[in-house]
Design a binder for this molecule. Structure first.
Ligand SMILES: [Zn+2]
Ligand SMILES: [Zn+2]
Length: 304
């Protein structure tokens, strides 16, 4: 197949950036978000590793950092403690400086200790992906220079590595709590930006996701389309993905476990959700205590 149009035409290069960006967003949504963070789906180890590898090469993001920051966002959504809330910080701050909030959040050791359960901790993670997390994007830059030259190569590289900071940290975290419609009256300000989850692999359906964080499927109504769910269904056809939890429609409906292995994973999932519920309860109690400690003393009425 002749791929010279990528290196010889501007539209070929633009298409290359868009295709790479889409794969990066898809890996972020499927692997980091739906699988590792919320355990809604489990992928075949080869598929999981391929997505980890792609994210290392194209983003330099640490799985532990991403997971911890996002879990904390779910615990404190749009209240004090939320790492990136447009309600607290303004949508423009999150949209254009989302990375600043993301970095501040993962630099908190307490969050990293509390919210990273279940993250990969194998030899590759400990010896390559974590300690050399920026080596991937550097190798990508070298490859781009070899393919496109010293001017176009770094320009295309910028488009590739800024894809997630802009679309995920910026658009989803900023606009996903600012504009759009709501299917569910949840306590936070989350919204479905648009019903067509094509560009951001389904992450546009953010209100649906906040209502049912563990559901591997984000679309709920007939006119909503979740591209990530279609990828999961395709992998499922080939036995490369196992869905642990899915909620469809607007009713509180949980798909029945169909096979024995799924029953086991459902039980594990319920245990995990119970653990998260305990964290919520403990957090709420800690917040109440902190508020009580800082509240001004109520003046005692003078004795007559
Ligand atoms: Zn959110
Ligand atoms: Zn989430």
């Amino acid at each position: 197949m002749d791929l010279s149009f990528i290196t010889h035409t501007w539209w070929g290069a633009a298409l290359f950036i868009i295709v790479c960006g889409h794969i990066t967003i898809m890996c972020t949504s499927l692997y980091l978000h739906r699988s590792i963070t919320h355990a809604g789906v489990t992928f075949n180890p080869v598929i999981s590793f391929a997505m980890r590898m792609w994210l290392w090469f194209f983003t330099g993001m640490s799985t532990k950092h991403w997971v911890a920051v996002h879990r904390k966002h779910h615990v404190f959504t749009d209240t004090d403690g939320d790492p990136h809330s447009p309600v607290l910080n303004g949508w423009a701050q999150i949209m254009f400086f989302g990375v600043k909030y993301y970095r501040a959040a993962y630099q908190d050791p307490a969050s990293m200790a509390q919210y990273t359960t279940g993250c990969p901790d194998d030899w590759v993670e400990r010896h390559i992906f974590e300690p050399h997390k920026y080596t991937g994007p550097v190798l990508l830059l070298i490859l781009n220079v070899l393919l496109f030259g010293f001017i176009a190569g770094p320009a295309i590289w910028l488009g590739q590595v800024l894809w997630v900071p802009f679309w995920a940290a910026g658009v989803v975290n900023g606009l996903g709590h600012t504009i759009g419609y709501r299917n569910y009256k949840v306590k936070d300000a989350s919204r479905n930006i648009i019903p067509l989850g094509l560009l951001l692999s389904g992450e546009e359906l953010h209100n649906n996701h906040h209502k049912y964080p563990s559901s591997a499927k984000f679309s709920k109504r007939w006119f909503e389309f979740d591209m990530g769910w279609n990828y999961i269904q395709t992998l499922r056809l080939f036995g490369l993905a196992r869905v642990n939890m899915v909620q469809t429609g607007l009713a509180d409906f949980k798909e029945r476990a169909r096979v024995r292995s799924l029953v086991i994973s459902q039980a594990a999932l319920h245990a995990r959700e119970a653990a998260i519920e305990r964290v919520h309860t403990a957090t709420d109690a800690a917040k109440d205590m902190a508020q009580a400690a800082t509240a001004p003393a109520v003046a005692q009425p003078a004795k007559m």
